[in-house]
Ligand binder design. Structure first.
Ligand SMILES: Nc1ncnc2c1ncn2[C@@H]1O[C@H](COP(=O)(O)OP(=O)(O)O)[C@@H](O)[C@H]1O
Ligand SMILES: [Mg+2]
Length: 243
């Protein structure tokens, strides 16, 4: 499974700025990896910007219907672009809303459905979403989706493609090659101004994934060779989180 970070596939500093070149390169690597990959992408300057404008965050609460519609619309728009690029680079994307799939079907049947699609040579592609919880609407981070899907699908590994080379030691730019789930939970990390929890949430999800027996890899989405190695389970420059 691969998570293409919103910071990688868009320019987070500019609203609605998609990066076709980056997604092209990552798609080529996925296509040539010979791996069956489920792809989850973030919202970047599509989802986060719109969600924030309307005060929609990770805690469920009152949200204007127009804000829900626009945030979800922005994610579908980005997803459309990602899928178009994937198609150009020899992948057969099969887009779906994670919220709809997981909330309606439940984990076990989502897993067998995804396996069926993978067997047919399709690449299931999903994204961060807006969902209705009992107490209102909330944004669901792509990182949470990754963790939910990993729990039921039990992939060989999860690769997080980032706009940085891996996980830094606190207050430095030194990449930590290997971490355990327990160590990850103890790490001090700034949340950032991401609408869905930034690196803190990502690390919490990686700790859960690792504790469940699947290694989580953190690699730069700008270094296609490193991304490719991570995807294949080879040594790469970045961070591995194990149980
Ligand atoms: N310890 C850390 N190691 C690496 N990146 C960190 C760390 N703490 C904060 N960050 C920030 O987290 C960002 C990645 O999180 P985020 O923007 O949410 O990515 P994504 O768009 O993939 O979800 C990086 O750009 C980096 O600035
Ligand atoms: Mg994020």
């Amino acid at each position: 499974m691969a998570k293409l970070g919103g910071s990688v596939i868009t320019d987070k500093s500019k609203p609605f700025s998609y990066r076709p070149d980056v997604v092209s390169a990552l798609s080529e690597e996925i296509a040539s990896s010979d791996q069956k990959v489920v792809v989850v992408h973030g919202g970047g300057s599509f989802g986060h910007v719109v969600a924030k404008q309307h005060g929609i965050g990770t805690d469920a609460g009152e949200a204007p219907a127009v804000g829900v519609a626009q945030t979800r619309g922005a994610m579908y728009e980005l997803n459309r672009m990602v899928c178009k690029t994937m198609l150009e680079f020899k992948l057969c994307p099969y887009p779906f809303s994670p919220y709809d799939a997981i909330s309606r079907a439940g984990g076990a049947s989502v897993s067998s459905w995804l396996k069926g699609l993978l067997k047919e040579g399709l690449t299931p592609v999903t994204f961060g979403d807006v969902g209705l919880a009992p107490s209102g609407f909330r944004v669901i981070s792509g990182d949470v989706i990754v963790q939910e899907l990993a729990k039921t699908l039990e992939p060989e590994r999860v690769v997080f493609a980032l706009d940085v080379d891996g996980v830094y030691e606190e207050n430095t730019r030194v990449i930590i090659p290997e971490l355990t789930a327990a160590k990850v939970r103890r790490m001090k990390v700034h949340e950032g101004d991401d609408a869905t929890g930034g690196m803190r949430l990502k690390l919490d999800m990686a700790a859960k994934i690792a504790a469940g027996g699947t290694s989580a890899y953190f690699v730069s989405g700008y270094r296609r060779n490193e991304f490719s190695k991570a995807l294949r389970g080879l040594d790469f420059y970045g961070t591995v989180v194990r149980s």
